[in-house]
Design a protein around this ligand. Structure first.
Ligand SMILES: NC(=O)c1ccc[n+]([C@@H]2O[C@H](COP(=O)([O-])OP(=O)(O)OC[C@H]3O[C@@H](n4cnc5c(N)ncnc54)[C@H](OP(=O)(O)O)[C@@H]3O)[C@@H](O)[C@H]2O)c1
Length: 282
């Protein structure tokens, strides 16, 4: 029995609240890392076309011997392929790369409001096709700001199942999270430990010492108690194990509040801003 709770999505599907991220894992290390994570007990893997390791994710899943049906697999559309025909071709390629006939969740990776005439709406309608033909169980977005979500609400029939955004103690991103809560969009928190950048914070190390857990476990637990979905990345077996052990303790309300108090607003953002990000891989 997995200790990881499932989160209900607005389309009737469920997603394990804790998963394993594979951004910046070299393709040659990816199958082994995924196999290790599945051995530890993770049942949710987060990849993307732009990570260049989808086929190795599929390989790791097959090597684990675990039924495909027990694993929740997410991928995301490459920024180069927002135009509907390109998106269709890219999604076919994702299924070929992972080597399965469906993914559980497929996301628009970035809204790219300054490219493609800002037309992420037609991209979203193309993802609806993939969901309608069963080749992805759920569809969602990533790095969408409130105004992008409002446009989808006004111009399309599907509310995204998730919005995957940067969230960690230095960048709580609460306005976008709250919009999601109000509209049935689950928040997925990317870079949940800020790629290690919050782990030496004195507030966090003191709480970690007090509760007898590591700083990474404390930060991941903070996300879990806020209700967000997380998928920390690691290629280090001991950390893969450590990051999974976050369901055998609880942070009390004052610890939660102290960690939330570390929010630096926009100054705490580590990644690009979704309004201006326009990098398209060549
Ligand atoms: N949608 C998007 O635009 C977007 C953007 C960024 C990330 N993501 C997703 O979110 C996932 C997680 O984010 P992330 O990879 O950027 O960063 P992260 O999970 O916050 O941090 C990963 C880094 O922290 C280290 N680490 C992991 N566990 C640790 C522990 N217990 N103690 C100390 N250090 C630890 C890892 O090192 P080692 O690997 O060397 O152990 C790695 O350098 C990604 O893999 C990806 O799936 C999505």
């Amino acid at each position: 029995m997995s200790a990881v709770p499932d989160i209900d999505l607005n389309d009737g599907n469920t997603i394990p609240q804790l998963g394993f991220g594979v951004f910046q894992i070299d393709p040659e290390d990816t199958a082994e890392a995924v196999r290790e994570a599945l051995k530890v007990g993770y049942r949710h893997i987060d990849t993307a076309e732009m990570y260049g390791n989808e086929s190795e994710v599929g390989e790791g899943i097959r090597a684990s011997g675990i039924d495909r049906g027990e694993i929740f697999l997410t991928s995301k559309l490459n920024n180069a392929f927002h135009e509907p025909e390109e998106a269709r071709r890219a999604f076919d390629e994702t299924l070929t790369e992972v080597g399965f006939d469906y993914v559980d969740l497929f996301l628009i990776h970035w809204p790219l409001p300054t490219l493609y005439e800002g037309d992420f709406v037609s991209t979203w309608k193309t993802l609806e096709e993939f969901r309608n033909d069963g080749r992805t169980r759920s569809i969602g977005v990533s790095n969408f700001q409130i105004e992008h979500l409002e446009r989808l609400a006004a111009e399309t029939d599907t509310v995204p199942a998730v919005n995957q955004i940067e969230v960690h103690p230095y960048f709580a991103n609460d306005a976008v999270r709250e919009y999601g809560q109000e509209h049935g969009i689950a928040t997925e928190a990317w870079s949940p430990i800020a790629q290690g950048g919050v782990l030496e914070d004195a507030t966090i190390t003191e709480i970690a010492e007090k509760v007898g857990k590591t700083p990474a476990q404390v930060v991941l637990r903070w996300h879990i108690q806020r209700g967000d979905i997380v998928f920390p990345k690691s290629v280090t077996p001991s950390r893969i194990q450590e990051n999974f052990e976050v369901f055998d303790f609880e942070l009390d309300p004052s610890d939660m509040q102290e960690i939330s108090g570390l929010d630096q607003g926009e100054d705490g953002r580590t990644g690009p801003h979704p309004e201006t990000f326009d990098v398209v891989p060549r």
